[in-house]
Write a protein that binds this ligand. Structure first.
Ligand SMILES: [Mg+2]
Length: 336
């Protein structure tokens, strides 16, 4: 059945049924004009929103509806984590083409529910309208953080050590495999596809890092390490050095880079949508933080570079050659 045949009220009823205990419209219940929620004692509210347009930010061919729902919420959860916070409430807005099936929308909400349940969040409201054009998804997430634990982009200083919470380039590899139908080993294809369609927001990792006190700046990698590191440098008024041989490049990115005839670091630096945390750490705190992180998460906090005084981002290649990098990844509103 198509959305146009069902009508908005009946669709909302089905969505609420599907969400079950993950749906909670705040104190005053459904039917009032706004959701009313009480933040936990002593916490500050974080709010983030993403707007995703079919054909611009996602392709319906790059995964199923549940994957799309999963990713739409997960990327917002990642932004809350990037500030050191814990996600609490999600608000889902959809502009849906009339020919969309009811099944597609319910599958989309299954992906939303999966993320909400995984991170202990509630879907607390939203809006659904008909779209004369593409499918448009608007997700807002509210989270909470202790004021002293907030992680910003602006605190990095020369000498700080740059780290990421996981390997880079797998999501970009997944997208390249889909778009160019690359002939890649099946296990790598599956792994990269999962990275691309179901990214893992680093919520527990962010809470741990925020509590540590040694993190001077942080963000989540959405547009690619190079552009996002540029954001930290700009906000903090400094530059950065990256060591090629220390970059944690995912094996799927290495395989795809080889198939495309490019250097793996190009995919790792410009690929985007890794949703790992990029942080700068005070050198005096680094050893303790890295050891603590390893014992808590059974995985390395990968250090790959440092903040420097000189502006710009520099790559020190394996042969010792120094190259100034320029950003070539995704930019909104860029012509051509
Ligand atoms: Mg972000």
């Amino acid at each position: 059945m198509q959305i146009g045949d069902l009508g908005e009220q009946a669709l909302i009823k089905k969505i609420v049924e599907l969400l079950g205990s993950s749906y909670a419209p705040g104190e005053v219940g459904i039917g009032d004009d706004a959701s009313l929620v009480k933040p936990s004692e002593g916490m500050w509210l974080l709010t983030t929103k993403d707007l995703l347009v079919e054909g611009v930010h996602f392709l319906l061919s790059a995964g199923c509806a549940a994957d799309l729902g999963y990713k739409s919420l997960a990327v917002n959860v990642s932004d809350i984590a990037a500030m050191g916070g814990v996600p609490r409430h999600a608000y889902i807005g959809l502009a849906i083409p009339r020919a969309t099936t009811v099944e597609f929308i319910l599958d989309f909400y299954l992906g939303i529910k999966e993320v909400a349940d995984k991170y202990g969040m509630l879907v607390s409201g939203g809006d659904t309208v008909a779209s004369p054009g593409p499918l448009v998804i608007s997700v807002t997430v509210q989270g909470e953080v202790k004021r002293e634990n907030v992680l910003l982009r602006s605190g990095a200083s020369p000498g700080d050590i740059l780290c990421v919470t996981g390997s880079l380039g797998a999501s970009a590899a997944g997208l390249a495999i889909i778009l160019h139908q690359l002939n890649c080993p099946e296990n790598l294809r599956k792994e990269a596809f999962l990275f691309h369609t179901r990214p893992t927001p680093r919520v527990a990792e962010a809470a741990y890092l925020a509590e540590s006190g040694g993190v001077t700046a942080a963000l989540d990698i959405s547009d690619g390490l190079l552009k996002d590191l540029g954001e930290i440098c700009e906000a903090s008024g400094c530059g950065a050095v990256i060591y090629e041989d220390l970059l944690p490049i995912h094996r799927a990115a290495r395989t795809v880079a080889a198939l495309q005839g490019i250097s793996p670091w190009q995919l790792a630096l410009n690929g985007g949508e890794d949703y790992e945390l990029l942080i700068s750490v005070r050198p005096s705190h680094y050893d303790l933080l890295a050891q603590g992180y390893l014992s808590r998460f059974a995985t390395d906090l990968h250090s790959f570079g440092k903040i420097c005084e000189e502006s710009g981002i520099w790559l020190i290649k394996k042969d010792g050659e120094r190259e100034k990098l320029s950003f070539t990844g995704f930019q909104h509103f860029r012509g051509g």
